[in-house]
Design a protein around this ligand. Structure first.
Ligand code: ASP
Ligand code: MG
Length: 407
């Protein structure tokens, strides 16, 4: 008898009818002789509505009460799913985060799970029940309700699988798995059968939105193999696992893009020690994620600094950098929010050379100008004009052989 953790996203439990469908899948797994713990999200769109309500009442919302409100979407879906299972003759019980409990730190809206107690879950499994758990929720040391950040149900599922030492962790969603790129842009995009944690982390942080990044970090840390698959079909999805030799053979696994990028250039910055710290320290302190940074060679003891931030944080970044620019005597600050980041990711890059130059040539052939470049062991990212995003993604998908049948 295996222990399976299954997580169903918001679209999978978006209506009572869909929840019934989920219940029948759960029951099937249970009937095959497995213990099943189910993690569910709120109904699709529900958490957004709750966030809206908070903002209507108070801006910014009180942090503690925000979590009290936004955690309620999952209370509805766990109760309904348990009922659906009972109507099918499968005993089930829902347990809220605080009833398990799922312990977290006390950083509201982005709490981190510290420990999950498994006694109550195992007791109920032993009684033949399916245990239905809300994603996204936890409780801090003094009993306050916390939430894990948007998309946090993935992390709840992986953390539970680790805590219960489950045999597998299945993430059910509305797509069939992780694709080589966005199928809306490239028709020939294909489902990746297996991908490593590191590749998935790069893909997730570069704009592929299927899994919450923290859930992949968690899976990597505790070596929990994830199976990302569709709620609505029986086909195998994508396995996210430890790296193995087969994965090495594929040079590029996927092409990603992110249009939520903006570029800030500080021109004529004095080239002396401490300047970068002065600029980027305060930006980091306000939790703005600076991605790429480029500093030009200094001429006449001045240099230009260019960096990218999420477009949604541009105004805030400028408010911080403006006064600093004046203070350090920079000549000018210019911004550009019509840029996008396009990236290729693959473990095989570690052992193959010339990957970046293939990318540069392919973009040059299309007349696409590269504004910024950054690389890591397993990825190459470029910043380009955002109007070329789709073209760049298509060209790279092709040039790295991802559009061909059967890799
Ligand atoms: N309901 C939460 C959200 O919409 C958590 C989740 O769905 O993963 O962000
Ligand atoms: Mg999600």
């Amino acid at each position: 008898m295996a222990l399976v953790v299954q997580k169903y996203g918001g679209t999978s439990v978006g209506t009572t009818e869909k929840s019934r469908h989920v219940a029948s899948r759960v029951k099937k797994t249970r009937d095959a002789g497995n213990d099943v713990v189910v993690v569910v999200s709120a109904m699709a769109g529900e958490t957004n509505k709750l966030v809206d309500l908070c903002n209507q009442m108070m801006e910014p919302p009180d942090a503690r009460e925000y979590d009290v409100v936004v955690s309620t979407g999952e209370q509805v879906t766990i109760g309904l799913l348990s009922m659906a299972l009972k109507t099918m003759g499968q005993d089930a019980i829902s347990l809220m985060g605080f009833q398990i409990p799922i312990h977290t730190d006390n950083v509201y809206a982005k709490a981190r799970i510290s420990r999950i107690e498994n006694e109550r879950i195992f007791d109920n499994l032993k009684k033949g029940r399916v245990v239905v758990v809300p994603g996204f929720q936890g409780i801090d040391d003094t009993g306050n309700i916390t939430t894990l950040g948007r998309g946090g149900s993935d992390t709840s599922a992986v953390a539970l699988a680790a805590a219960l030492k489950a045999d597998s962790c299945e993430i059910y969603t509305d797509v069939e798995g992780i694709y080589t790129t966005d199928p809306n842009i490239v028709q020939e995009a294909r489902k990746i059968p297996r991908i490593s944690y590191d590749e998935m982390l790069e893909m997730a942080s570069l704009g592929a939105k299927v899994l919450q990044i923290r859930s992949v970090e968690f899976a990597k840390k505790y070596n929990v193999p994830l199976h990302v698959r569709s709620t609505f079909t029986e086909t195998e999805g994508t396995w996210v696992t430890k790296e193995d030799e087969d994965m090495e053979r594929v040079v590029v696994s996927g092409v990603t893009y992110d249009k939520n990028e903006a570029k800030v250039s500080i021109l004529g910055v004095p080239d002396k020690p401490g300047i970068a710290a002065k600029i980027f320290g305060p930006i980091a302190d306000s939790s703005i994620n600076v991605d790429m940074i480029i500093q030009n060679i200094s001429t006449d003891e001045h240099t230009d600094l260019t960096f990218t931030v999420p477009k949604t944080d541009l105004a805030q970044a400028l408010a911080i950098v403006g006064p600093i620019g004046k203070e350090i005597g920079a000549k000018n600050i210019v911004t550009d929010d019509s840029v996008a980041k396009v990236s290729i990711v693959g473990n095989g890059m570690r052992s193959h050379s010339g990957i970046a130059s293939t990318l540069f040539k392919a973009l040059a052939a299309e007349g696409i100008n590269i504004m910024m470049i950054s690389t890591s062991e397993i990825k190459v990212s470029v910043v380009i004009e955002s109007k070329y995003t789709e073209l760049a993604v298509r060209v790279l998908h092709k040039v790295f052989g991802l559009s061909e049948e059967a890799r």
